[in-house]
Design a protein around this ligand. Structure first.
Ligand code: PEP
Length: 249
């Protein structure tokens, strides 16, 4: 039985005061939550959030990472730096990074490798665009995105990874994949792993992301292959994020 995980992706939002208020609400609610909870915050707030979370079971994550461990890469942040600051997860391959910053499958794979080498868990995002869905390519696109990472890090590494299926057309748009649409892709992802390693496939947590809200979370999380959510907009509103966590209970 896989324990559900609800991960907040704050994207490029936040502020010292607002973060503090949001974290207070989440931390005080943790005892009533059965799921694992993670917040992935912008780099400048990692130190603040790490201090606030110390001693709690709320996990800390980053939203991006360099594929390099150190060196002359101005403006980049390495996986060992994130680990030292208390991160245990890093989002890799978010569709905004793929689309806006040109991150391709090979770079995403290299970043996953760097995260694993630093002892953290990649949250590997995969998902199709609307055009790809309409062309009937959803499962092929997702399989290709996963294969690039499996080829680079090996299937066994996925026992220390999380996969997030995030249809690009559903992110920040208010258009959620229906529970059935999402479950079809989640089941296909698990089958892809099962063909390589049944134990890894059974233990792998596959999150759904894309306009998850308190109103739709319970039905999505009730699907057999949906093991929680990666939450964007609703992760910035304490009541909404906590309601989604409760839906995963
Ligand atoms: C995301 O940022 O990964 C995301 C799923 O955003 P939203 O929940 O706002 O669609």
């Amino acid at each position: 039985m896989r324990k559900k995980l609800v991960a907040g992706n704050w994207k490029m939002h936040g502020g010292l005061q607002a973060n503090s208020a949001l974290l207070d609400r989440i931390v005080e609610s943790l005892p009533s939550l059965a799921c694992d909870v993670l917040v992935c915050v912008p780099f400048p707030y990692l130190f603040q959030v790490a201090e606030r979370l110390a001693g709690s079971r709320l996990a800390l994550g980053a939203q991006n990472v360099s594929e390099h461990a150190a060196g002359a890469f101005t403006g980049e942040v390495s996986a060992p730096m994130l680990a030292e600051l208390g991160c245990s997860f890093v989002i890799v391959g978010h569709s905004e990074r793929r689309a806006l910053y040109g991150e391709g499958d090979l770079l995403v794979a290299a970043k996953c490798k760097a995260v694993l080498a630093a002892g953290m868990w990649p949250v590997l995002c995969v998902g199709e665009t609307l055009a790809e869905r309409e062309a009937g390519e959803t499962l092929a696109v997702v399989a290709r995105q996963l294969r690039a990472v499996i080829d680079c890090v090996g299937v066994a590494s996925f026992s220390r990874m999380v996969v997030a299926y995030e249809p690009v057309w559903a992110i920040g748009t208010g258009m959620t994949a229906s529970p059935v649409q999402a479950e079809v892709v989640h089941a296909a992802i698990r089958r892809q792993f099962a063909e390589l390693d049944s134990v890894v496939a059974e233990g792998l947590r596959i999150l759904y992301g894309g306009s998850v809200k308190p109103q739709n979370a319970m039905e999505l999380f009730a699907q057999p292959n949906i093991d929680g959510g990666l939450i964007g907009g609703a992760a910035l509103v304490a009541d909404d994020f906590l309601a989604i966590c409760h839906a995963a209970n």
